[in-house]
Ligand binder design. Structure first.
Ligand SMILES: C[S@@+](CC[C@H](N)C(=O)[O-])C[C@H]1O[C@@H](n2cnc3c(N)ncnc32)[C@H](O)[C@@H]1O
Length: 153
């Protein structure tokens, strides 16, 4: 049980299911591209939260999507975590301490996603929605090939 200077979000059953899907989908995704070394896999979580939630069902803490993405094997090459709530990104920053492959941004994901998309190293996206809300995968082929999944909500 970890503590924070703010209240963790309480999430319902459907969100718990979604988190399991994020983890399994992430792993299937990186496995599928494991042999394509030039294709960089980026995980982009546009609504990352703090990395920890409380289950409405059990009242126990459960890992949020960013923490689950960090555990995916084979690992993603890079992680972008975005949330407009500074308390949450500060907490997540602590969870990710020492990791040079993690980029955390506090602010509106809509504008930050445009910045990521404008990055020279990512020029082509192939959206692949895997949840009814906003989980999608983006990939770029070519020069500095990169791909990834974007989690939202
Ligand atoms: C349900 S929570 C996070 C869920 C997280 N993806 C998970 O599954 O563990 C949604 C988060 O989105 C953040 N949020 C809402 N609108 C946002 C926006 N436009 N830009 C960035 N973050 C936003 C909220 O602060 C909240 O922490």
């Amino acid at each position: 049980m970890t503590t924070a200077p703010f209240k963790f979000d309480e999430i319902g059953y459907w969100s718990e299911l979604k988190l399991d899907i994020v983890e399994k989908y992430g792993s299937a995704y990186t496995k599928a591209f494991a042999n394509q070394k030039r294709l960089k896999k980026y995980y982009i979580d546009a609504f990352s939260g703090a990395g920890v939630h409380v289950s409405k069902r059990t009242k126990e803490q459960i890992e949020g999507s960013p923490v689950r993405a960090l555990k995916v094997s084979p690992a993603f090459d890079r992680f972008y975590f975005i949330d407009m709530d500074a308390d949450k990104t500060a907490y997540l920053q602590k969870l990710c301490e020492g990791r040079s492959d993690v980029y955390i941004h506090t602010g509106d994901s809509n504008s930050y996603l445009k910045r990521i998309a404008a990055d020279d190293s990512i020029s082509e996206f192939q959206p692949c929605f895997v949840s009814a809300r906003s989980l999608w995968a983006a990939s770029r082929l070519g020069g500095h090939a990169a791909s990834g999944t974007v989690e939202g909500g």
